[in-house]
Design a protein. Structure first.
Length: 410
């Protein structure tokens, strides 16, 4: 039986994203949301050139309904997308805004809130109340020129000063070459005159890993002399450095789901409910590179990570403790002491954050939301929601609708 090509669920969904941790999680969110909505043709493509080759191949693709989510920068390709009328969600604030100026009302900007990432890093260091100074670390001059790195750097510097933490400036690991000896020499010269202990915020986990290697070779103690904080919470870097790396964790799975929801709206003939969607950072996943706390505090960090990663299903306190490799009673006592709330309260908070995202989708019933959020039935979700928010889910949805402005016309 021939497929109905007019059914939006038969549209081709192209996810153009790389293999770094934020892109991988973004793809995961898109794929999860697309499958739950019944979309059948989902094609991840690692690079923009790969998508362009498919898009321009008349025999394979042109003339069929499709949508694109991810990184697209090539202006000629964007003009072709504009002529096609395909819905697009562009990942990245600066490149996304530039792309949307070309595709106009068929484009939405999506990405991470990089200024919020910088502010979270500064607030995290300031809360520890032990640093004499703060600094920012880039990988290379090319990285420093990227809009996302600039937003993180500027927000971190301003927030650090706002918290009363002296800001010592920025350092770039590589300058036109990738010589390890020169990297070590320059890093040592940069940190030597800065008062210790130093709070060092790296633009991403790769830069944080290189900083940890430099400290290891130069005999600088982490975190006693230099505390290092990265971004992305990527195990490939955080768990392979000489010391476990603390990192700002991002909710890019949630961003992917939200982006796919907007694409589904546009494929269904609706105007997207917003012209931009950005995900804030989730939390700091604390490891040994910033923690001078006992092992118990690291257990709490693992618990928060596990709860965040499993917000779309029903996890028990026993399961959280098992994932952290400790007893329930020990973890519950330490968790409450450090976070001010119980493990169960944190589980509920993370799950309800997902529910709030789903409530913004007017086509989803309360029963469908309960299923997606991993509740056994709608009544148990409704009871929890009312207890926490003081109103029903229908009332919350109505208030959200009234307070949401329509997107500006182009």
């Amino acid at each position: 039986m021939k497929c109905d090509e007019t059914d939006p669920r038969n549209a081709w969904i192209f996810v153009v994203a790389g293999e770094n941790e934020p892109d991988r999680r973004f793809k995961e969110g898109v794929l999860r949301e697309a499958r739950e909505r019944g979309f059948r043709r989902i094609l991840p493509v690692d690079y923009e050139d790969g998508f362009a080759a498919i898009f321009r191949d008349e025999g394979k693709f042109r003339g069929r309904p499709f949508a694109v989510l991810g990184h697209i920068r090539d202006k000629a390709l964007l003009r072709e997308l504009a002529r096609s009328g395909a819905p697009c969600v562009f990942f990245g604030r600066a490149e996304g805004e530039a792309a949307c100026r070309i595709v106009r009302d068929r484009g939405v900007v999506g990405g991470t809130d990089n200024a919020a990432i910088g502010r979270m890093a500064a607030a995290y260091f300031a809360a520890q109340r032990r640093y004499a100074s703060a600094a920012y670390l880039e990988t290379s001059p090319w990285t420093a020129d990227e809009w996302w790195a600039r937003d993180r750097r500027e927000a971190f510097a301003a927030a650090a000063r706002g918290h009363g933490l002296p800001y010592a400036g920025e350092h770039t690991l590589f300058h036109g070459d990738f010589s390890t000896e020169r990297m070590l020499s320059r890093f040592g010269a940069f940190v030597a005159p800065i008062p210790k202990p130093l709070a060092l915020f790296a633009c991403n986990d790769a830069a944080a890993r290189d900083a940890a290697l430099c400290c290891d070779v130069l005999g600088l103690k982490v975190p006693d002399d230099i505390a290092i904080l990265g971004v992305d919470n990527d195990p490939a870097f955080c768990e392979t450095a000489p010391v476990g790396l603390s990192s700002v964790s991002l909710e890019t799975v949630r961003l992917g789901r939200r982006a796919m929801g907007l694409v589904a709206q546009m494929l269904g003939g609706e105007r997207p409910e917003t012209s931009a969607v950005f995900c804030p950072p989730s939390h700091v996943a604390e490891r040994a590179s910033t923690s001078t706390a006992p092992l118990a505090d690291l257990f709490v960090g693992k618990a928060v990570d596990f709860i965040s990663a499993n917000a779309d299903r029903a996890v028990s306190v026993v399961e959280v403790a098992a994932a952290c490799g400790t007893s329930r009673r020990f973890l519950e006592r330490r968790f409450k002491a450090l976070t001010g709330r119980t493990i169960l309260e944190t589980i509920h908070a993370k799950r309800l954050a997902l529910v709030e995202d789903l409530l913004r989708k007017p086509d989803l019933s309360i029963q469908a939301i309960a299923i997606r959020a991993g509740f056994v039935d709608a009544s148990s979700l409704c009871s929890l929601f009312r207890r926490v928010h003081g109103c029903s889910m229908g009332e919350w949805r109505a208030r959200r609708k009234l307070t949401t402005l329509p997107p500006q016309s182009e």
